[in-house]
Design a protein around this ligand. Structure first.
Ligand code: PLP
Length: 388
C-alpha cells in the first residue's frame, strides 16, 4: 500500500533510448534505457579545458578525502612487496578477517567488493529481475537507479519534500513485487541523516522477505549521537545488509574497496553473484592497514567538521543556503548550479552540479582543505553582486 501523505514520484523503468534501440543489435529495452553514470569531472579534463596546470586544479566534486590516503595504508603498500604477476586473493580472506574483527562479527558475514558501489549492484543482482521492484528516496545516490534498471526491475521513488529520507513513506511504498529497499544514511547528494531510532523502527516494519540495503558510505562523519548501531541491527535482521567504503574517510577512493555486512544466508548469495578477483592485492593490503588507522579517521572527521562550518558560513554570507550536512560535502542552493560550476571551473575549481537529480539551482561541494575552501569562497564571492 502507498501512503497518501508521501507521494511516490516515479514508478517503473525509464523509456528506452531509441538511438540504441534502432541499432541492429537487439538490446533489451531496459538496457537501451540505461544512462551512463556521470562522475565528477577528472582533474586532467579540467586542466586540458581551462589551460591551467593540473596542480592548480582543486577537485571538490567526488567527496574524496582532501588529507589524502591513510598514512598507514600508504606505508603498508610501500613495504608489502606485492607480486603483480599473481591474481589477488579472490576471497579477500585477510581483509575479510580484519573487517570482521573490526565489527566483531563472524568472517562469513563480510562480502568485499570493488567499492561499495559494486556491493550495491551485487545485492540488486541477488534479488531483482523483470517484474520485481525496488524502493528508494528521491535524491538518492544515482548508482541505485542503474543497478536496478540494468536488471529490468522497477524503481519506486518516494518523495523527500524536506530533503531527508521519508522512512514512513518508504515503508508505505513496499509492494508485493518489492524485493529491495535502498536507504543511504547519511545520503548523497543531500548530506542529510535520519534519526537512528526512526531507522531502527523502520527496519522492524519491513517484511522479512524484502531486503534493506543500508548504505553507510559516509557513516564516519555522523556525530556519535546521530549514529545507530547498524551492525547490531544486522544481528537482528536477516534481511539487512549494511555497506561501508574505504573511499571516503579512509581516503582510498583510487583503490576501490568497499564491503557489505549481512547474516550468512544473504552474504552467501552475494558471494555467489559477485565477480571473482575484482579487488586487487594492493587494495586489499591498503584496506587492512587503513582499518587500523583510526587516528587518521579522527583527524579527517575533525578537519571535515571545521571545513564544513567555514564553507557553510562563507556561502551563507553570499545568500547561498546549505542543507544541514553530516558528511564531507554540502548541498548548496546557489540559484543556478550549472552556471556556478562553469564559473568556478574557469578558475580551476571543480564542483558538482546536480540538475540530474532535479536540483538545477544547487551544487554539491566536497569539503576541501582550508586553503581550498578559501579559494572557492573567494571565486564564488567575486561573481556576486555587491551587497548593501
Ligand atoms: C551514498 C554513496 N554510496 C556509495 C558510494 C560508492 O562509493 P564507492 O564505490 O567508492 O565505495 C558513494 C560514492 O560516492 C555514495 O555517495
Amino acid at each position: 500500500m502507498i501512503a497518501k501523505r508521501h507521494p511516490v514520484l516515479v514508478t517503473g523503468i525509464r523509456p528506452a533510448d531509441h538511438r540504441a534501440m534502432n541499432s541492429s543489435i537487439p538490446y533489451p529495452a531496459h538496457v537501451a534505457a540505461l544512462k551512463p553514470y556521470v562522475p565528477g569531472l577528472p582533474i586532467s579534463a579540467v586542466a586540458a579545458r581551462s589551460g591551467l596546470a593540473a596542480d592548480r586544479i582543486v577537485k571538490l566534486a567526488s567527496n574524496e578525502n582532501p588529507l589524502g590516503a591513510s598514512p598507514r595504508a600508504l606505508a603498508a603498500l610501500s613495504s608489502a612487496g606485492i607480486d603483480l604477476s599473481r591474481y589477488p586473493d579472490s576471497d579477500c580472506a585477510a581483509l575479510s578477517d580484519a573487517i570482521a574483527r573490526f565489527h566483531d562479527v563472524p568472517r562469513e558475514w563480510i562480502v568485499v567488493g570493488a567499492g561499495s558501489e559494486s556491493v550495491l549492484g551485487n545485492v540488486a543482482a541477488c534479488l531483482l529481475e523483470p517484474g520485481r521492484s525496488t524502493s528508494y528516496a528521491q535524491y538518492s545516490f544515482q548508482a541505485y537507479v542503474n543497478a536496478v534498471q540494468k536488471l529490468g526491475a522497477h524503481s519506486t521513488v518516494v518523495a523527500s519534500p524536506d530533503f531527508t529520507v521519508d522512512l514512513e513513506g518508504l515503508a508505505g511504498s513496499i509492494l508485493p513485487s518489492t524485493s529491495l529497499v535502498y536507504v543511504a544514511n547519511p545520503g548523497n547528494p543531500t548530506g542529510t541523516a535520519v534519526d537512528p531510532d526512526a531507522l531502527k523502527s523502520f527496519l522492524g516494519r519491513v517484511p522479512p522477505h524484502v531486503v534493506v540495503l543500508l548504505d553507510e558510505a559516509y557513516v564516519e562523519f555522523l556525530p556519535p549521537d546521530r549514529r545507530g548501531d547498524s551492525v547490531a541491527w544486522v544481528r537482528e535482521h536477516a534481511n539487512l545488509v549494511v555497506t561501508r567504503t574505504f573511499s571516503k574517510a579512509y581516503g582510498l577512493a583510487g583503490l576501490r574497496v568497499g564491503y557489505g555486512i549481512a547474516q550468512p544466508g544473504l552474504a552467501d548469495v552475494m558471494r555467489r553473484v559477485r565477480s571473482p578477483f575484482t579487488i586487487s592485492e594492493p587494495a586489499q593490503v591498503a584496506a587492512i592497514a587503513a582499518l587500523e588507522d583510526q587516528d587518521f579517521i579522527a583527524r579527517t572527521v575533525a578537519a571535515t567538521r571545521q571545513g564544513r562550518t567555514a564553507l557553510v558560513e562563507g556561502l551563507a554570507s553570499m545568500d547561498c543556503q546549505c542543507l544541514e550536512s553530516h558528511t564531507n560535502f554540502v548541498l548548496a542552493d546557489v540559484k543556478g548550479g550549472a552556471d556556478f560550476a562553469r564559473r568556478l571551473e574557469q578558475h580551476g575549481l571543480i564542483v558538482r552540479p546536480v540538475a540530474s537529480y532535479g536540483l538545477a539551482d544547487w551544487v554539491r561541494i566536497s569539503i576541501g582543505t582550508q586553503p581550498e575552501i578559501d579559494r572557492l569562497l573567494e571565486v564564488a564571492g567575486a561573481g556576486q553582486p555587491a551587497r548593501g
